[in-house]
Ligand binder design. Structure first.
Ligand SMILES: [Ca+2]
Ligand SMILES: [Ca+2]
Ligand SMILES: [Ca+2]
Length: 315
């Protein structure tokens, strides 16, 4: 039996006519989709706590969720800085785990009421195919407060330990679980270090209570600058002096590291991770106008600042 007219072809993709149409119609469409597939960037999709969230429970975990499963090496990408307790340290500051699409930091001690927490997911985060996070993700949130206070300040006392002080900060510099006080003293050209007895009563540190800082300490900030977990000091002296903590609230008698700035500092200093690499950088107002911004390097190597020139905003 023979059939005329249409020729039956049981393998249509061997037909040159169909093949040419397939190539013209479907190959360009497929190729147009490939870049989208290849360019699927690893990104942060959510954080816990949320950006700028207040009222956080003291022992809450901190996590960043991504759009893809993470490689186990990504645990090194999450950096948590408590501005009153210090940075992450294995002996007391908790650890990070990579759970599927998320990096989770579990603290081993509570955050201080109301303190600011700064977190960075650095570009060390990568998916299981080796694709890194394209840009760091930095966010902040405030720890929750509790207790009977409603903003009425009727009791307290006036310690005279800080005569001549120009600026004060609170932080647990001796790592005993209470908040101590540090004062930039412009009269005596030093930083006064005062320990808390746990009830808000302060006394000068027994060892090296007032390390000298020259020429004119008029502002200070504390944060873990060398990534060993304890709080170090940055002092505005019309230059910038850095003093590293030994973990017990002992700071060297003179600055460990000094960074010159042009025109002097016009006010107090702020510490935060400005370049998203997980460490704390600092910025402040330049007395000559504008601002100065310095990125953190390796203190052990006394590396020069990456941007020694005067920073100008908007130009
Ligand atoms: Ca303390
Ligand atoms: Ca430190
Ligand atoms: Ca940084």
């Amino acid at each position: 039996m023979t059939f005329s007219g249409l020729i039956y072809n049981p393998f249509p993709f061997q037909n040159p006519f169909i093949i040419s149409h397939f190539v013209r119609l479907f190959v360009p469409i497929s190729l147009s989709l490939l870049p989208g597939l290849a360019m699927a960037q690893l990104s942060v999709t959510a954080t816990t706590p949320a950006v700028n969230q207040l009222g956080l429970l003291p022992n809450a975990t901190v996590s960043a969720a991504f759009n893809q499963a993470l490689a186990s090496s990504s645990v090194n990408a999450l950096k948590v800085h408590s501005m009153q307790r210090g940075g992450m340290r294995s002996s007391r500051a908790g650890s990070v785990a990579a759970n599927g699409n998320a990096l989770v930091f579990t603290p081993t001690y509570s955050f201080s009421p109301g303190e600011l927490i700064s977190v960075t997911a650095t570009t060390a985060a990568g998916n299981t195919a080796g694709l890194a996070l394209s840009r760091p993700y930095v966010w902040q949130f405030g720890a929750g407060v509790s207790g009977p206070g409603r903003g009425y300040f009727s009791t307290g006392y006036d310690p005279t330990l800080f005569k001549g002080s120009f600026a004060l900060v609170a932080g647990d510099v001796d790592n005993d679980g209470d908040l101590d006080m540090l004062s930039a003293n412009i009269s005596r050209r030093c930083v006064d270090v005062c320990f808390n007895n746990g009830s808000g009563i302060f006394s000068l540190a027994p060892a090296n209570p007032s390390p000298t800082v020259r020429p004119d300490p008029c502002g200070l900030a504390i944060g873990d600058l060398d990534n060993d977990g304890d709080l170090d000091i940055v002092v505005n002296t019309n230059n910038i002096a850095l003093m590293v903590n030994n973990g017990q609230g002992f700071f060297a008698g003179t600055a460990n590291y000094s960074i010159p700035i042009s025109n002097g500092c016009g006010g107090n200093i702020s510490l935060s991770d400005l370049d998203g690499d997980g460490d704390l950088d600092f910025l402040g107002p330049n007395a000559g106008g504008g601002a100065f911004i310095r990125f953190n390097g390796n203190l052990a190597l006394a590396a020069p600042p990456r941007n020694p020139s005067r920073a100008r905003l908007g130009g």
